[in-house]
Each structure stands twice: as structure tokens, then as C-alpha cells.
Design a binder for this molecule. Structure first.
Ligand code: NDP
Length: 305
């Protein structure tokens, strides 16, 4: 089985290189265009790459993920998040391949406090969410053999993310102010990649499982409580972390931290459809965060030896 992976250097892409390996030969491409054209700003070139490689599975973890910058770089966000996924979906359908694609909790407007189901009406608040919605709709309509996973608050050992930012700021500053009225579930890139491999394996033999699924860790938290949890973990795990500068943490409303892109307050995703379709169990968010904190605090083994 040949699997074509786009976005190999991203948080999810790096974990997918590991989790997809047992399913077949993984051809992993980044944005550099080597050795096959893979720049999502030139979507038509992607069609040629798919036609040349003729994979049985395409997994797209590439995306324009700079949420605030997307407000001004609308064309780039749309090319990468909406136009390129449409081309990939058409090319996948033309060669009979499955297409896995990722979307976001930001397709919702964040009203209420009930977890969003796949049947709820999207209403994005920002350009990133709007372009991601266009992308997922394009995939669903152009390639019947699709798995589209909407996820939330992604973190990993590598790449820029909230855990690394909070650890850095806690080392530099005496006080931190964090938004406390946006609620969601931090979700590890490793969990997303593992679920993707399990789901793909099953969908290939049961094509009726194609569809849109919400995929996040279970439980919920706010950015403020998430930061407090990860710093408590850091201090519990490491003496060095106990010497961090930070002394006070202040919960603030989103209104006190204006950003170019508006964010949804309620990012809770209802994952029951995914768990029951694939017989999977999504773990609570805390252990995955604790694991990444531990990894980030470890000095390299050759220093410890
Ligand atoms: P990252 O930002 O970590 O990685 C995005 C990847 O896209 C990078 O490998 C990047 O390549 C690639 N990319 C960007 N521009 C281009 C381009 N023009 N051509 C080809 N590749 C490009 O994203 P995540 O792994 O965090 O996200 C994975 C998926 O999950 C995405 O669909 C995202 O929308 C979704 N998601 C993410 C959330 C989050 O909190 N991060 C939350 C909810 C959903 P390079 O590094 O070479 O630039």
C-alpha cells in the first residue's frame, strides 16, 4: 500500500510519519517541493504529484495555521486551506484513493456550552475557520472515500504550540495573564496520528465508514487552567522548573486580550460518532499533556549519561 503524506514537518505530520509506517510505504512531502511538487500555494502541481505517484491513500496534514495572520493573508490561507484540498480531493477520487484531511473547532462560532456534533451548523468567526470550512466541504464533496477529522488545540513535542510558549514565558516573566473563557480540549498530535491510522485501517475494509468525525481528547479546560496544569506538572517533574520566574497567574476574559482573529468561546467537540464508528476510546487530555511536558523538560540522554 502506498501512502502519500503532505505536511510532514508539522505537528501532526511528524507523528503521522510514525503512525502510518506500519500500514505501508509512506511517501512524506514537506512544503519545499522536493522531490515532488508539494507547495499548496500551487494547487494544480499537487494534481500532477498525485497522478505520478498513484497512492492508495493520501493524508493531508498541511495547512495554513497562523490564525491571526490569516485575517490579512486571506488569499494564502484560502489557497492552502481550501483550494489545494479541493484539488487533492479531485486527484484522489480520480485515482481511487482514500483522502484523510483535518479541520478545526474554529468552524464553529462558539455559542452555548454544549459540545458541537458533526451535524451542528458551522459558522466560523475568522478567516482561518472560514477557509478550513471551505476545505473540508470541498473534500467531502469531491472525494467520497474521505475521512475528515475536526480537532482542537493541537500540541506536540515539536513545533510551535501553547505548551512550549507557556513554559518559555513562565521562565521569563513573573506574572502571566491567560484567557479563561475559551473552553476546549488540548489534543496531542500523537493521538490524532494514532487514531488516523486505526480509522484508516478500518475504513479501507468498510468504506461505509467514510465521513466527517470530531477527534479530540476527552474532558475540557480553559487556556488558563491548561497553563496552570502544565506548569504544576513541570514543577512536579523537574527541579529546574521549580526555579521558573513566574509567581502569579491571572485569569482574564477574551475581551481583555484582543487579537486580530476572534476565537470561539465554546470549542468543545462531541466525539461520540468517532468512538462508536471505530470502536475507539479517546483518553482524557491531561496524561498526553503531562507526557509532552516531561519530554520538553528532559535534557538529552547524552547530557544525562
Ligand atoms: P502545523 O502548523 O504544525 O503544520 C502545518 C504544516 O503545513 C507544516 O508542515 C507546513 O510545512 C505545511 N504547510 C504550510 N504551508 C504550506 C504550503 N504552502 N505548502 C505545503 N505545505 C505547507 O499544523 P498542525 O500539525 O498543528 O495541524 C494539522 C492539521 O490540524 C491542520 O489541518 C490544522 O488546520 C488542524 N488543526 C490544528 C490545530 C492547532 O491547534 N494547531 C487546531 C485544530 C485543527 P512547513 O513546516 O514546511 O512550512
Amino acid at each position: 500500500m502506498k501512502i502519500l503524506l503532505f505536511g510532514k514537518g508539522g505537528q501532526v505530520g511528524r507523528e503521522l510519519q510514525r503512525s502510518l509506517a506500519p500500514l505501508g510505504e509512506v511517501v512524506a512531502l514537506g512544503s519545499s517541493g522536493e522531490p515532488w511538487p508539494s507547495d499548496f500555494r500551487q494547487p494544480e502541481a499537487l494534481r500532477e504529484t498525485v497522478q505520478a505517484l498513484r497512492p492508495q491513500i493520501i493524508v493531508n496534514s498541511a495547512a495554513y495555521t497562523a490564525v491571526d495572520r490569516a485575517e490579512t493573508e486571506v488569499d494564502a490561507a484560502r489557497a492552502i486551506n481550501a483550494v489545494a484540498p479541493r484539488v487533492l480531493a479531485e486527484a484522489a477520487h480520480a485515482c481511487g484513493a482514500w483522502l484523510v484531511h483535518y479541520s478545526t473547532d474554529y468552524v464553529f462560532d462558539g455559542a452555548g456550552s454544549r459540545p458541537w456534533t458533526e451535524d451542528d451548523a458551522p459558522a466560523p468567526l475568522n478567516v482561518y475557520g472560514q477557509t478550513k470550512l471551505e476545505g473540508e466541504q470541498a473534500v467531502r464533496s469531491a472525494c467520497p472515500r474521505h475521512l475528515v477529522f475536526r480537532t482542537s488545540w493541537v500540541y506536540a513535542r515539536h513545533g510551535g504550540n501553547f505548551i512550549r510558549t507557556v513554559l518559555r514565558l513562565a521562565a521569563e516573566r513573573e506574572s502571566l495573564r491567560l484567557v479563561d473563557d475559551q473552553v476546549g480540549a488540548p489534543t496531542g498530535a500523537d493521538l490524532i496520528a494514532d487514531v488516523t491510522a486505526h480509522a484508516l485501517r478500518q475504513a479501507i475494509v468498510e468504506p461505509r465508514l467514510a465521513g466527517l468525525y470530531h477527534l479530540s481528547a476527552s474532558g475540557e479546560t480553559s487556556w488558563f487552567a491548561y497553563a496552570r496544569y502544565l506548569l504544576d506538572e513541570a514543577r512536579r517533574q523537574s527541579e529546574v522548573a521549580r526555579t521558573m520566574k513566574v509567581r502569579t497567574m491571572e485569569p482574564i476574559p477574551s475581551s481583555a486580550y484582543p487579537t486580530p482573529a476572534r476565537r470561539p468561546l465554546n470549542s468543545r467537540l462531541d466525539t461520540r460518532r468517532l468512538q462508536s464508528a471505530f470502536g475507539l476510546c479517546l483518553p482524557p487530555w491531561q496524561p498526553g499533556v503531562a507526557r509532552v511536558v516531561e519530554d520538553l523538560l528532559q535534557p538529552p540522554a547524552w547530557v544525562r549519561a
